[in-house]
Design a protein around this ligand. Structure first.
Ligand code: E4P
Length: 219
């Protein structure tokens, strides 16, 4: 499973990229606002930092013509920019057009496998089911992820990658990888938290305590 960072924070992207942990980046309007910088400049800098990995940049328009216009502007920022469009009727139309023109498209705000099927038929490069937001309202985000995996596997001609989004917990990561999501996009803190286990901490503490008794050092 590929790891994407779900952030527009360049410092954090640089840090994780240097560790070889970044296979791509996703952003959305809320993440861009958080950084308080110019949208296109931010995407340009991120795209350069992680090149050739993909960087999703989202359109703001909600109508087809506007999405195409903005999508082309975003795609022109860098070769590795993926245009992100919402899963609406106009978004699906825009996905079709942009994909046919050879642009990569990430269809976002997906909450159901029928939506994912439609996006794949429209040529989406990625479909982004939002796991955490489904859990937030009492649905089972992982069940939707599983449904999408099943549907896509039923029809091998569909080439869309499943990009599990709105990931909040290590359990989301574990289950997404077992279900076979192609990609999981995560905040940096979630990636870091994957190292944590109480038995690792306890084991390390006891090894260090024992080592101290030797009075030795490793040069
Ligand atoms: C994905 O592309 C979205 O940016 C993101 O995963 C949304 O996550 P949230 O529900 O935590 O805002």
């Amino acid at each position: 499973m590929k790891f994407y960072l779900d952030t527009a924070n360049l410092a954090s992207i640089k840090k994780y990229n240097a560790m070889g942990l970044v296979d791509g980046i996703t952003t959305n309007p809320s993440l861009i606002v958080k950084e308080g910088a110019d949208f296109e400049e931010t995407i340009k800098a991120i795209a350069k930092e992680v090149y050739p990995h993909p960087v999703s940049a989202e359109v703001i328009a909600t109508d087809y013509d506007g999405m195409i216009r903005e999508g082309l502007t975003l795609a022109a920022i860098a070769e590795n920019v993926t245009v992100k469009v919402p899963l609406t009727w106009d978004g699906i139309r825009a996905c079709r057009t942009l994909s046919q023109q050879g642009h990569k498209v990430n269809v976002t705000l997906c909450f159901d496998s029928n939506q994912a099927l439609l996006a794949a038929k429209a040529g989406a490069t990625f479909i982004s089911p939002f796991i955490g937001r489904l859990d937030d309202i009492g649905y089972d985000g992982m069940e939707v992820l599983e449904d999408i995996r099943t549907v896509y596997d039923n029809y091998p001609s569909l080439k869309t990658e499943i990009l599990a989004a709105s990931m909040r917990t290590p359990l989301h990561v574990k289950r997404a990888s077992m279900i076979g999501a192609d990609v999981a996009t995560m905040p940096a803190a979630l990636i870091k938290s994957l190292t944590r286990h109480p038995l690792t901490d306890a084991g390390l503490a006891s090894f260090l305590a024992d080592w101290k008794k030797t009075g030795q050092t490793i040069a």
